[in-house]
Write a protein of this length. Structure first.
Length: 273
């Protein structure tokens, strides 16, 4: 991702305008779930509430189409939780770019957030989090890679954590552009990391669109078998030309999380899978 000088003395990300819409749905979900989150916050609950962003970037972005400045996902999530008077007790951020991670950490610290940082690949951080017992807390992970680089092991690791809701970015554009080349490569590709086992389970016959849908259906079934089930409702984010960019999907094992997700998408434009 391209970097630009930020408006606060730190580096920032250069993003398309659709990032604003994506973050809108994230903060809607955080706000709608505030009452449930409060039950886990001291002094009511001992476990606290954690927000996890494994692809955090710099925490600040400039929209290239308009020049407007917007908060990154981790910063926006923290601000919304404070606004709702139900602040997260821990904000875990990770990025493989140490400069980006430092900028995001600094922005969160300036806001008083209780931040924990990991400079590493997302899958490695997820394994470490998955091995940390959190029996009493409430957790929300925002999985927002820049492309189809979403290692399935991340979801496997998080599925072992009690009360872990996952808001997941599934990159439709990357899938459309590169599916056939990824599928034809005999070596392990991003597609194999995204949905392991597809080569033995997903027929490649028929049109590309049908193949793509079977890949997504197989992915959803693999997630469901881990425990958290993917939401029936999902949000398609598009470009100005209506070009599909990516889906936002919630994976959670509690019905209340899915209820909150449906309410956060209640703009008449969510779609059923």
């Amino acid at each position: 991702m391209a970097r630009v000088p930020g408006d606060d003395g730190l580096i920032a990300d250069d993003v398309g305008y659709w990032a604003t819409e994506k973050h809108d749905y994230l903060v809607r979900y955080i706000s709608i779930s505030r009452a449930a989150r409060k039950r886990y916050l001291p002094p009511k609950g001992p476990g606290g509430a954690t927000f996890i962003d494994l692809f955090c970037g710099t925490g600040r972005s400039q929209v290239r189409d308009t020049g407007a400045w917007i908060d990154g996902s981790a910063v926006a999530a923290w601000k919304q939780s404070v606004k709702d008077e139900a602040p997260f007790t821990n904000v875990i951020i990770a990025d493989k770019d140490p400069e980006a991670l430092y900028a995001c950490q600094e922005r969160l610290k300036r806001l008083g957030a209780p931040v924990t940082c990991y400079v590493n690949e997302a899958a490695a951080v997820a394994r470490q989090i998955g091995q940390t017992p959190t029996p009493y807390g409430l957790n929300l992970a925002f999985l927002d890679p820049y492309s189809l680089d979403l290692d399935f092991s991340i979801i496997q690791s998080f599925a072992t954590v009690k009360r872990m809701d996952m808001m997941i970015h599934l990159n439709q554009m990357d899938m459309q552009r590169n599916l056939m080349s990824l599928a034809s490569d005999s070596d392990q590709t991003r597609l194999d990391r995204f949905v392991p086992g597809w080569r033995d389970s997903v027929p490649r016959s028929g049109q590309r669109a049908a193949f793509e849908r079977r890949i997504y259906e197989y992915w959803r079934e693999k997630v469901r078998k881990l425990g958290p089930w993917p939401s029936a409702q999902q949000k398609l984010i598009t470009a100005s030309s209506n070009q599909p960019l990516y889906w936002l999907v919630l994976a959670a094992s509690h019905e209340l999380a899915h209820k909150f997700w449906g309410e956060s998408l209640d703009d008449g434009q969510s779609e059923l899978f």
